[in-house]
Design a protein around this ligand. Structure first.
Ligand code: NAP
Length: 283
């Protein structure tokens, strides 16, 4: 029995259906019964909030593998959620956890979320539980939602990412990789890098968008201060800090890894960023 946290989320729901398609017994964990019914129709689910240790322990009882999809929000809440999930998994003797980390969790990284992912990996490796860590690159969906779409009006993507490159992976492909790892043999204390196959500059990303949509788009690098001024009126804390520090980390080359692990895990190549733009019609 495999339990998936964040199962009503965009990655989690595809992991649940992917595991089902692979013939696994799967149960989705959700915090809200109504959301579970509407997002996971026909799938078994268990209800628990990450802030409720007792409910987490009940949800994890009898589980053979836990697909632990990272939480989101401010870094303190994410750390609290992750600590409670790992503690509940240890208390219920879950044999194996598959955790979605990020490729940028080095101690020297300026990225706002780097410390919480680094700590979470440390807690997992220090627990008695076998764990497999999937260090994920930037989602193609994230780039389009947060950086490409908002730039459509002006045709100018203004970011503090310098000459940095990224190898985007779609949420759908990430879910396929997670399901394949969770359905496969236990890979104790092993880490995979889940990214696209090619690292793109932001000028290349803008150019792909321009070609596929026949709409003007160009990339203009800016300073971190200018970017913060641009986004601060539209975003609540911690997002201006998270986005600015992500830009700096990208400019420093911390998100440019392009790994073959996705292909090795799934026996197919990941969707390219251009293919993602066509499939989603840039939504
Ligand atoms: N690499 C990247 O580019 C990138 C970008 C963005 C996010 N991420 C990470 O990837 C993760 C998955 O992405 P996603 O798009 O699937 O996120 P998502 O659609 O926002 O889904 C988040 C899931 O977490 C659940 N959740 C949130 N707080 C909870 C709580 N206190 N207790 C129980 N469940 C809770 C949500 O439940 P509800 O449905 O009830 O809200 C939902 O199922 C994110 O959480 C974040 O850590 C990575």
């Amino acid at each position: 029995m495999i339990l998936v946290t964040g199962a009503t989320g965009r990655v989690g729901r595809d992991v649940v259906s992917g595991l089902h398609a692979l013939g696994c017994q799967v149960v989705g964990m959700a915090r809200n019964p109504a959301t579970a019914h509407s997002v996971l129709p026909g799938f078994a689910h268990r209800i628990a909030n990450y802030d409720d240790p007792e409910a987490l322990q009940q949800a994890f009882t009898g589980i053979d593998k836990l697909v632990f999809i990272a939480s989101d929000g401010d870094a303190n809440s994410v750390a609290r959620h992750h600590a409670k999930i790992i503690k509940a998994a240890a208390a219920t003797s879950v044999p194996h956890i598959i955790f979605t980390s990020i490729i940028d969790c080095d101690a020297s990284s300026p990225f706002y979320f780097a410390p919480v992912y680094r700590e979470s990996e440390r807690w997992l490796l220090g627990s008695a539980i076998d764990c497999t860590i999937l260090r994920c690159g930037l989602y193609s969906d994230f780039i389009v939602e947060n950086w490409v779409k908002p730039a459509e009006i002006t045709g100018e993507m203004i970011l503090p990412t310098g000459a940095g490159r990224v190898a985007p992976i779609s949420r759908k492909d990430l879910a396929a990789a997670i399901a394949a790892v969770a359905a496969g043999p236990r890979r104790a204390n092993k880490a995979f890098i889940i990214t696209g196959q090619h690292a793109l500059s932001f000028a290349e990303i803008a150019s792909l968008y321009e070609t596929i949509n026949a709409r003007p788009m160009r990339y203009r690098p800016c300073s971190n201060e200018d970017y913060r001024r641009l986004i601060a009126p539209q975003l609540q804390a911690p997002w201006p800090q998270a986005f600015c520090s992500l830009g700096t980390a990208i400019a420093e080359g911390r998100w440019q890894s392009a790994s073959q692990d996705f292909k090795n895990i799934t026996s197919r190549g990941p969707e390219s960023f251009g293919e993602f733009l066509i499939r989603t019609k840039c939504r």
